[in-house]
Design a protein around this ligand. Structure first.
Ligand code: HEM
Length: 350
């Protein structure tokens, strides 16, 4: 049978006609060519392409988690972790891309800056979608209405649609909630270390005592937070992670050396990497902006660097995982798990 498949050709496969014909300098159109505007356009386009890839990965991970029961014994979790690590690697590159833009000096930028008003990074709807998909809620955004008022309706609708879906933070919370670590069947043969004081689960009874003993005098207030995070009947308002999810996440962090907990641990750790890298990008962008335009307002009409600093401080999405590290104890003091639980957390072949 003759092969009728069309030959793939590099230029057409990559749609280079479109991509390489997509740099239209405003300064040239206005008859005052500014050399650095080409760099400015290319770098923004490169960012947007990478945002597209990040969204592609995050959407696929959202799909994996958006089931009642993710299959821990299949490839799903491994795929999710792998893709989240890819997102983190892309973000590392995005942080470094600022180095290239910083080869443009403030004076070079002034050659065309005013020609761009009122275009602004605010209008990067893909960036807003990345934030929303990760789990940044509209009501938790810094100076809420800035980006809403700068987007065209279609783009705003696209961001809104993502905001309506279950975010990765919510899905991971749900996944943690159904971890069976504290099921009775794993604790019948556990050798408790401390007398049971009230109706606490035997693990939390021991762990709380060990944690309390580890606190310095000035840290005594930590116990109140400990109780609110791990033992309260309901999660506190303003929190994204439930009491059950906090317990599972802490358990994963503590016992992460057991084979079954390695991937869950990597997932939590990668979420923290992503949060940190987004903050690093914001920090680099903010400093570049300060250096480039000083204290002038942004082309999008915000206060410029002050707005960006506010967003940087407020837009950590996975900070509650980072907060949990206040409640770790030294490895050597960890309660020894029952044989049943150790078996369940190990690799077993039958
Ligand atoms: C000369 C270089 C740049 C300057 C002076 C600059 C300046 C600013 C300013 C002042 C803002 C605040 C909004 C406003 O009032 O306009 C902003 C926001 C933003 N910029 Fe830039 N920017 C530059 C390069 C970039 C690049 C290369 C990207 C890559 C995509 C980018 C992405 C963004 C994003 C996503 C926001 C919104 C951030 C948020 O709402 O948290 N900017 N930029």
């Amino acid at each position: 049978m003759q092969n009728t498949r069309k030959e793939v050709y590099y230029k057409s496969y990559l749609a280079l006609d479109k991509i390489l014909d997509a740099q239209h300098l405003e300064s040239e159109a206005l008859g005052q060519p500014a050399h650095d505007e080409m760099l400015f356009i290319v770098i923004h386009q490169a960012y947007e392409l990478w945002f597209k890839q990040v969204l592609f990965e995050l959407n696929s991970v959202q799909k994996i988690f958006d089931t009642e029961q993710i299959n821990d014994n299949g490839p799903d979790l491994q795929i999710a972790v792998h893709r989240m690590k890819r997102v983190a690697t892309i973000l590392q590159v995005l942080v470094h891309q600022i180095d290239i833009l910083e080869t443009m000096t403030p004076l070079d930028f002034l050659d065309f800056r005013d020609m761009l008003r009122p275009a602004s990074g605010f209008q990067s709807y893909q960036f807003k979608m990345v934030e929303a998909l990760m789990g940044l809620k509209f009501e938790n955004r810094h100076e809420l209405n800035y980006y809403v008022s700068h987007l065209h309706k279609e783009e705003l609708d696209a961001v809104r649609e993502v905001e309506q879906k279950r975010t990765l933070l919510e899905l991971v919370n749900h996944w943690l909630e159904r971890m069976p670590f504290f099921d009775e069947r794993y604790w019948n043969n556990y050798k408790r270390l401390h007398a049971l004081t009230d109706s606490l689960h035997v693990f939390w009874n021991d762990y709380r005592t060990i944690y309390e003993e580890s606190l310095a005098k000035e840290e005594e207030g930590n116990l109140i937070q400990f109780d609110a995070l791990f033992l309260a009947p309901h999660k506190a308002d303003q929190k994204s992670l439930s009491v059950k999810a906090n317990g599972s996440a802490l358990f994963i962090m503590l016992y992460r050396d057991y084979p079954m907990l390695q991937l869950p641990y990597q997932l939590i750790n990668t979420l923290l990497d992503i949060d940190e890298l987004m903050a690093m990008w914001r920090y680099r962008h903010l400093n570049m902006v300060h250096r480039m335009i000083g204290a002038r307002v942004g082309t999008g009409g915000s206060s410029g660097k002050d707005y960006l600093r506010g967003a940087m401080d407020k837009h950590y999405v996975y900070k509650e995982f980072a907060d949990l590290t206040s409640f770790l104890i030294e490895r050597r003091k960890l309660p020894d798990l029952s044989d049943e639980l150790k078996r369940a957390l190990g690799y077993t072949m039958h």
